[in-house]
Ligand binder design. Sequence first.
Ligand code: ARG
Length: 259
Amino acid sequence: MCPPDYYRIEYEINPWMDRRRRPADTSLAVKQWQALYARLTTLGATVKLLTPVPGLPDLVFTANAGLVAGEKFIRSNFRFPQRQREIPVFETWFKERGCRILPLPAAACFEGEGDALPVGKTLFAGYRMRSDIQSHQTIGEILGCEVLSLELADPRFYHLDTCFCPLDGRTALYFPEAFDEYGRKVVAASVSELIPVAAEDALRFGCNAIMVGKDVVLQAGCEGLNRDLRRRGFTVHELDLSEFHKAGGSAKCLVLRLN
Ligand code: ARG
């Protein structure tokens, strides 16, 4: 995770961001981020930190750094120049910790765990708004796993982790309308248990949840989703991450899984 010391809305690269009408309150963002950090630690996660850098407001969304597999770090190729400046910062962090940096061919964009989430042994990978489908084959070869490509259809759900969330090896949350018909078919055929999320909860970033074992860290106010999760035996921990919604992210985007 990366503390939000320099988090602000400085540019607009997705439909949620509006510099004038929806500026972020940095001190409130710091409090919300600290509550997330504290919750994850209480749930038993070990959280490593990246030092924030002035002028890189979206560095807090570490999920987009890349994809970690053991000692390998598959480095992202960001779509927008505003975020391309984060690349050397992430790369240095992983290099200093002895990871092998695996860049992807420069012609293909890829935005890390924001667009690549495993269910069991299969990696689900989103494309179109941020990542390019051409990156998927290389990632599958590096990881030695099956990759299923899912086209994202709604610009508000521009990263896969805004509309799809694996809960365990066989269950996932998803917001059906964020995919095209073919994508919905692929998901339905490949995930044994699918929990559809209603639009009102998806628009509150309900799919952008973090799993720690059977515990789910979820945006507050997703009532239907919260109920569905508890009914299935998950323990739900609600947090408000409203300041980060203004940049188009929530809980999951603020975290990159290292193990
Ligand atoms: N403002 C950031 C962007 O548009 C938000 C990134 C959210 N990250 C995520 N994994 N969904 O790139």
